[in-house]
Structure formats: structure tokens, C-alpha cells
Design a protein around this ligand. Sequence first.
Ligand code: UGA
Length: 435
Amino acid sequence: MKIAVVGSGYVGLVTGVCLADFGHEVICVDQDASKIDALSKGEVPIFEPGLEALLEANVASGRLSFTTELAKSVAGADVVFIAVGTPSRRGDGHADLSFVYAVAREVAAAVSGFTVIATKSTVPVGTGDEVARIVRAINPGADVAVVSNPEFLREGAAIEDFKRPDRIIVGMDDERARAVMSEVYRPLYLNQAPIVFTDRRTAEITKYAANAFLAMKITFINEVADLCEASGANVQEVARGIGLDNRIGSKFLHPGPGYGGSCFPKDTAALVRIGQDFGSPMRLVETTAAVNDARKRDMSRKVIAACGGAVEGLTVGVLGLTFKPNTDDMREAPSIDIISDLQHAGARIVAFDPQGMKAAGVVMQDVAFADSAYTAATDADAVVLITEWNEFRSLDLARLKTVMKRPVFVDLRNVYPPSEMRRHGFSYTSVGRPD
Ligand code: UGA
């Protein structure tokens, strides 16, 4: 199959590289010439485990290439994936669809022969209809099927998620598109990934419903963690106890500083707006977003309490800045608000993150960046673990305690057993567990 992927951001790049690895002939398109230049040389602008090696291998095999020329790559393609960003529109939380529609216009003018246009970007219900309308208006003779094919991959595990998905969702109203999309994902039949064929609107809502449900699940366990903390129970055991019920499931029940990233905050806000537009309010989602926002402030209060009620003039060492491990992504990372609150309360922040410090330097002010966890902890009055990178799971606790001024450890990801921390002489606070 000949495939063009328009938009070489996170989703587009992973999609293009993995589809080439499936054996398809893939061309990735982006209007950013410097990005395309770098990608052509095998340089990947994001940190995603395994992506660079897979990209290099597929470029070398001749199946994967990069270009800024959309029209050329679209003409002759069997499938054109739209994988451009749909950021939150400033002010109202709606998904900004201007990039999607701009690409649709360009693609419409360039297609030749029967072409499937598949939207991978997360888009509100009805977007596929509008893409189809745009194509008809611009090129009435075009033989095109517009498909919704949302992506469910996680940053940090993107390749694994793409190659071993729980399911693939394909929304369409043209039977020819079913055959084409089956062919695109045929290599996955070996992994027995179910393909759910449905209509376009259902596929569009499925994506938002999945993300909103996961965001709600995290927020739920975070509230249960607060209740456990207040009542002397242990949230980790509650999560295990409820997670063993197959109807609930054990995943996404880890309490923490609140969800962040480029998807959950944006998609919950957009779903709330979509509900309002259709006169069908999404009250649970609305509350989820509000509770998650408030949680970051709660976390800085937790740190301040662990420091004895004030952090004025104290040094706080921060371990982990990115919104989750195995990424360099700082978008909506809880660390941003937690650090800014602590600074407002008078703390000096020294932080270390294995991949996120470059991006953090852009969004944070007056933070000193250290070159290791131990340097960040040196002379600190408290250490706060915000992101559970693997290297923070096996710290030399004796060494850590020796370099710190005061052995106060706030673990916002419940990485350590409280008893072990006590044994090492730390004053230890975690989330939803008895100290
Ligand atoms: C999320 C979804 O998991 C993907 O399925 C989806 O494709 C993607 O959004 C998207 O729409 O593009 P991602 O944002 O990469 O993926 O990261 P997650 O692993 O879902 O984590 C999101 C946030 O939730 C992180 O801040 C993480 O720390 C937090 N989280 C997750 C918890 O606090 N507790 C948990 O149990 C799980």
C-alpha cells in the first residue's frame, strides 16, 4: 500500500514509522522544513524509546521517506492519514480544527484515483462530515472515502501500543474503505488485534470517551486516595481490591499528582464543549477536569505541610518534571504548577529530570537544574518525587539522606514502601497511604 501521513508530530511520526515497518510504502509530510530535514537524516525531534532506531531501519529499507510537498505525496496514495494537531482553542476549550481543515483542502486538490482520507487526529464528532464536505466542494470529481481512525497510543510506549493495540477503531460510510483499512492493518491480525468497524461519528466519540474515561478513573482514585489519607486506610490496597474486579480492571488506578500531558487535559475540555454544543452536558467529565486542576495545588500544600507548614527560605529538590516517565514532554505537567506554588511560598527549587530539563527550562522560571537526583537533593530541606522515572525507583537512599540537609521525602507517586523509608530515617509522605 502507498500511504501518506500528513503531520509529523507525535502521532503522525509514530504512525508513519510503524506502518512502514509493517511493509507499507510510507511518506511522511510536514510543512516544517527543518523538521523534515532532520527526519530525513534520521534525527527524531522527540524522545520516544525505540523510535529513532525503527525510523532509521525503515528509511534504510527505502519504505519510509519525508517531504514538505503534500500534493506530490498525496497523488497516487491509497490512504492519506491526517495527523496534525488539534490544540485547545484559546479561551473556549474547543478543539482547534483549523490545521485539519487546511490539510483537507490541500489533500482534496491533490488526490488521484480512489483514496481513503483517514483522520488520526483527535477530532470532535462531525469533523469527518466536514472534511468530506470540504473535499466535495474543492474537488467534486474526487473519488474519496473519509474515515475516522483515532489513535490510542501512549507517549513513552508508543511503538508497543501501535504494534500491539487493544483494538483499532475505523469509522466509515463506504465499504471500499473497509477493505483498504483492513489491508493497512493486516499485519496486526497476527497479534489478534480486533478491528472495530463502525460509523464515523461513533468512532470520533469513541476516542474522546476513552480518554475521558481514563482521566475520570485516575481522578477517582486520586479522590479515594485523599479519603484514605484522611481516614487512615491504604489506597494502594483499595486499588488492588477494586482492580481485581474484572468490570473495573487494575490499570489506571495509580494515585498521583493528577494527570497531565498533551491529551487528557485538552480532550476532557473539548468533550465538555462538545456536550454543551449538543445540549448533552458531560457533567462527570466537567467535574473530572476541575478536580484534576485543583489537585496540583493540593500537592504543593502537601509538600508545605511535610516541611512543617512553611517553605520560606527552604530548598526543595524536585525529582522528575515531565508529565510522566519515558518522555521529554512537559505539556500540562503537574510539576509546573506544583513548582510555581512552592516558589510563591518562598522555596528555592533545584530539579532533575532525565529528559525533560530542556523543555522545562522554557516553561519554568528561577529553577536551578541539577545533573542527577543526588545533586538535586544536595543540601535540600526536602525532596519531592513528582515523576516516577525508573532511575528514581532504585535510589541509594543512604546516600540521598547523607547529602540532604533534612531527610524530608515527599513521594507523589508512591514509589517507595513507607517502612523502608522510615528504616532509612526519612520523614516520608506519600499519597493515600499511612505514613
Ligand atoms: C493518553 C492515553 O492513555 C492514550 O491511550 C491516548 O492515545 C493518548 O492519551 C492520546 O490521546 O493521544 P498519554 O497522554 O501519552 O496517553 O499518557 P498516559 O500514560 O495515559 O498518562 C496520562 C497522565 O495520567 C500522566 O500524567 C500520568 O502520570 C497520569 N496517570 C496515568 C496517573 O496519574 N495514574 C495512572 O494510573 C495512570
